[in-house]
Design a protein around this ligand. Structure first.
Ligand SMILES: [Cu+2]
Length: 121
């Protein structure tokens, strides 16, 4: 079945202009990072890590021992995430949707503290 809609457009909504919701380019702009954090010799690199809202930060353990990434200041875990990294090559991820500054830490090792800085898109 074929429906023909010809010559009946009297409502005037043709030619109303191009769509205005084009997606933003996906390339990172200056000063932003891709969210890849490496854990090496009991430290997070880079620290702070700076990303845009909506970015998934990934932590990769390159040490031979167990670490974790726990959201919040040390002794004030906020419960947003708490992910274990069992050994070399283990990866944990968390997506940061809201701009802000987010502290996190490894609850096993004093001094392993990091920050994620999330900017608006
Ligand atoms: Cu640790």
């Amino acid at each position: 079945m074929v429906a023909l809609l010809v010559g009946t457009a009297a409502c005037g909504n043709a030619g109303s202009g191009p769509a205005t919701d084009a997606a933003a380019p996906s390339s990172a702009s200056a000063g932003q990072q891709d969210g890849a954090v490496t854990i090496k010799t009991f430290a997070f690199h880079p620290d702070p890590v700076r990303v845009k809202a909506g970015t998934t930060v990934s932590w990769t353990n390159e040490d031979e021992i167990l670490h974790n990434v726990t959201s919040g200041e040390r002794d004030e875990a906020d419960g947003t995430f708490d992910k274990q990294l069992d050994g070399p090559g283990s990866v944990a991820e968390h997506t940061f949707d809201t701009p802000g500054t987010y502290a996190y830490h490894c609850s096993i090792h004093p001094g392993m503290d990091g920050v994620v800085e999330v900017s608006s898109r």
